[in-house]
Design a binder for this molecule. Structure first.
Ligand SMILES: Cc1cc2nc3c(=O)[nH]c(=O)nc-3n(C[C@H](O)[C@H](O)[C@H](O)COP(=O)(O)O)c2cc1C
Length: 249
C-alpha cells in the first residue's frame, strides 16, 4: 500500500455499528493484534492486555451495562482493551529486592496511552482488511461489573471495548473540526480566536445530524459537548481506579 493510500484509508474512517454475520478468520484476528503490539510503547512497558469476549451471555451483559449497545452482541468479535500494569508488577517483583510501586499517576497515564495506541493500530489494520470497528467507552459505565465479569486483578483497567466485524452499513463520514482550529504554530490559539470557524463547523455538524437522523436530531458540536459534560461524569471513576491500585500518588 502506498503512503497516499494509507492516508486515504485513515481519512475514510467511520465507526461501524451494523455488521454482517461473516466471522473473522482467527489468523486475521491474530495479525490485527500483532499490529497493535507493534505500536510504540512508553519506555517499553507494553502495558496492554486484550480480552476477546466470545461467550454469548457475557456479550449480552456487556451490551446491557454499556447502555443497551446491541452491536456488542452482533459484532463478529468484541475485544476489551485493558491498561495492564499487573504483569509488569509481577515480573518486576521476581527480579527486584526492594518493593516496587506501580500506583503513580504517571504510570497510569502511560498505560492508558499505550492502550489507545495499541487499539488504534488494531483499528487501522482492521479497516485496511475491510473490517469495520466501533470503540465502546460505554463499558466504563460500570467498571466494577466489568472487573468481576472478566476477573480483572488489581493494576488492570478496562479502558474501552471494540466491536469488530464486516460492515453491513456505509455511514457518511462524521465531520471533524477544521484543520486550522486544531493545528497551531509556535503558540496556543484559543477557541475564542477561532470562533468564526467553529461556528461554521457547528452548522455543518447540525446539518450532518439532521441528514443522519432524518430530521430527528439537530445538534451542533458545541451543544453535544455541553450535553456530554452534563451527563457523562462517571463520578465513581476516581474511587474505582484507587480500588484497582492506580493513581494513589
Ligand atoms: C474511546 C472511545 C469510546 C467510544 N465509545 C463509544 C460507545 O460506547 N458507543 C458508540 O456507539 N461509539 C463509541 N465511540 C465512537 C465515537 O462515538 C465515534 O468515534 C465518534 O462519534 C466519531 O465518529 P466516527 O468514528 O464515525 O468518525 C467511541 C470512540 C472512542 C474513541
Amino acid at each position: 500500500m502506498y503512503i497516499s493510500q494509507i492516508t486515504e484509508l485513515l481519512k475514510q474512517h467511520r465507526s461501524i455499528r451494523r455488521f454482517t454475520d461473516k466471522p473473522i478468520e482467527p489468523a486475521l484476528l491474530n495479525d490485527l493484534i500483532a499490529s497493535g503490539q507493534a505500536a510504540s510503547t512508553s519506555s517499553y512497558i507494553q502495558a496492554v492486555s486484550v480480552i476477546q469476549v466470545s461467550d454469548l451471555e457475557l456479550r449480552r451483559q456487556f451490551a446491557e451495562l454499556a447502555g443497551g449497545q446491541m452491536y456488542i452482541e452482533t459484532a463478529a468479535e468484541f475485544l476489551v482493551f485493558c491498561a495492564d500494569l499487573n504483569r509488569n508488577a509481577h515480573r518486576s517483583s521476581l527480579v527486584a529486592d526492594e518493593e516496587l510501586d506501580f500506583s503513580w499517576t504517571e504510570q497510569f497515564v502511560a498505560a492508558v496511552v499505550d492502550t489507545a495506541l495499541f487499539a488504534q493500530n488494531v483499528v487501522v489494520a482492521a479497516e485496511a482488511n475491510k473490517l469495520g470497528c466501533c470503540y465502546i467507552g460505554g463499558i466504563r459505565n460500570n467498571p466494577d461489573l466489568v472487573t468481576s465479569l472478566l476477573a480483572l486483578p488489581t493494576l488492570v483497567f478496562p479502558v474501552f471495548g471494540l466491536c469488530l466485524g464486516y460492515p453491513d452499513q456505509s455511514p457518511e463520514r462524521k465531520p471533524r473540526l477544521p484543520l486550522e482550529t486544531v493545528l497551531y504554530r509556535d503558540r496556543y490559539q484559543s477557541a475564542v480566536e477561532h470562533a468564526p470557524e467553529i461556528d461554521t463547523y457547528d452548522t455543518h455538524v447540525r446539518e450532518y445530524y439532521v441528514r443522519r437522523s432524518q430530521g430527528k436530531l439537530t445538534m451542533s458540536w458545541s451543544e453535544q459537548m455541553a450535553k456530554q459534560a452534563r451527563t457523562q461524569t462517571r463520578d465513581f471513576m476516581q474511587e474505582y481506579l484507587k480500588k484497582q491500585g492506580f493513581v494513589l500518588k
